[in-house]
Ligand binder design. Structure first.
Ligand code: PMP
Length: 454
């Protein structure tokens, strides 16, 4: 039997972690997770961690659901793999494609499967290229994304991401056909304005960029409904209708990345339902299977799909695991659980108002400059000076410090830059939310003491 230290030695020697400062990890060592149930994960020391992040928006129905295990096992026993090239299909993928389109507006009728959100974003860009070429406007190539965004780690998805230069370091990123505009981040980009007027202003930044580049050169606008990346950047309700109007005016397609927002994060099934968006292409991942197996879907409007199908010839794009039977079976079962247990509805009607009220109690914390939320996604932005909104130096890593203080106390609480983010599983209870916020406050207090603020 290996103890924690023995696992940490192996981890340190051989396992590179995603999005991790390995030098710092060498000093602290990893927690070794062994089991999960509901909103909790236990480590090799028997310590319990509340997952305040749901694996960044994955584990919506919670850990350890036997129905999902059974769905995967049954599918694997019956048909473990299906090569969907060569004119073969299978029942789980077709059923899931139909199910997804039935949950969305009439114009969204076609589904392409991949394993990850990054791959779904690659598919979306391939579709944009194919579409504009086939309709005779090959010069429509520039994609307008947003600052602080995250759309994945493959080359195109990373280019679409507008996060820190660190993520582009040492390569040829971002690719030249991508440009970024400012986000509807009122605290930094429109402080003190009336929120709805700010939403219109933030949308006008899209029009401004389209005019600079020339509408004939712009393929699409690319965004999350509310931006989890950058720290829960939630637009005012006026933003999306105006974006949609501008997109139509200049014939710029709208690609909506619902990898995090999809399947209930906003308290509605999709972020598009919450904000009233009708996308041309939309990606879901993570919450599609509650993270039990890797699966993402690119959902495509008739406008784009009809051209591809009727005039496109061979669609030379796909993955070995596109529409993997077990992943699709798990997604179907996950959607059944969400529906039958009323999880999304409960998240919107019961949990979201409670979550928001609790978050807002942090507004007077000496470290917190801004409090933001939609549904069960929240952000508490740490600042050095509440009056001037001055941020801490990046090198201070104050968010990471707070995150470490929370983990010590049994809460996974993420630092998104200096914004502390919470995205608990949608099955969390109000009592469990109380614990989450108690630990969050202790972690912030400990951080404030460490930085000499209190
Ligand atoms: N889009 C968004 C909005 C995301 O947050 C992420 C991952 N955090 C991705 C895409 C990429 O998904 P994946 O990690 O599955 O490739």
């Amino acid at each position: 039997e290996m103890d924690t230290q023995a696992w940490q030695v192996l981890d340190r020697a051989h396992y590179l972690h995603p999005f991790t400062d390995h030098a710092s990890l060498r000093q602290t060592g990893s927690r070794v997770a062994v089991r999960g149930e509901g909103v909790y994960v236990w480590d090799t020391e028997g310590e319990r961690i509340i997952d305040g992040l749901s694996g960044l928006g994955c584990v919506n129905v919670g850990y350890g659901r036997p129905e999902l295990v059974k769905a995967a096992a049954d599918q694997m026993s019956e048909l473990s793999y299906c090569q969907s090239f060569f004119k073969t299909t299978h029942r789980s993928a077709v059923t899931l494609a139909e199910k997804l389109t039935s949950m969305l507006p009439d114009s969204l009728n076609h589904v392409f499967f991949q394993s990850s959100g990054s791959e779904a974003n690659e598919t979306a860009v391939r579709l944009l290229r194919r579409y504009w070429n086939l309709v005779g406007k090959p010069q429509k190539r520039v994609i307008i994304a947003r600052e602080l965004a995250y759309h994945g780690s493959t080359h195109m998805a990373a280019s679409l991401s507008g996060i820190t230069p660190m993520h582009f370091a040492g390569g040829d990123l971002p690719l030249p056909t991508v440009t970024h505009i400012k986000t509807p981040y009122q605290y930094r980009n429109g402080f003190g304005m009336d929120p709805e007027a700010f939403g219109i202003l933030a949308a006008s930044w899209l029009e401004e960029r389209i005019l600079e580049i020339g509408a004939d050169n712009v393929a699409a606008f690319y965004a999350e409904p509310a931006q989890s990346a950058g720290g829960a950047i939630c637009p005012p309700m006026s933003y999306w209708p105006e974006i949609q109007r501008i997109g139509r005016k200049y014939d710029v397609l709208l690609v909506v990345d619902e990898v995090v927002m999809g399947f209930g994060r906003t308290g509605k099934w999709f972020g598009r339902d919450f904000y009233g968006i009708v996308p041309d292409i939309m990606q879901v991942g993570k919450g599609l299977t509650s993270g039990y197996l890797p699966l993402s879907a690119t959902i495509i409007s008739d406008r784009v799909a009809d051209v591809l199908i009727e005039q496109g010839g061979e669609w030379a794009h796909g993955y070995t695991y596109s529409g993997h039977p077990a992943c699709c079976a798990v997604a179907l079962e996950n959607i059944r659980i969400l529906e039958e247990e009323g999880i999304v509805e409960n998240a919107g009607k019961v949990l979201a108002p409670y979550f928001k009220a609790k978050l807002e109690t942090f507004a007077d914390h000496p470290l917190i400059g801004d409090v933001r939320s939609v549904g069960l996604m929240g952000g508490l932005e740490i600042v050095k000076n509440k009056a001037t909104r001055e941020a801490y130096d990046y090198e201070a890593h104050i968010g990471d410090h707070c995150s470490a203080e929370a983990l010590k106390r049994g809460l996974a609480f993420r630092a998104n830059g200096d914004t502390m983010s919470l995205m608990p599983p949608l099955v969390i209870t109000t009592e469990q939310l109380d614990t989450v916020f108690d630990i969050a406050r202790e972690a912030l207090d400990a951080t404030a003491k460490h930085f000499g603020v209190i």
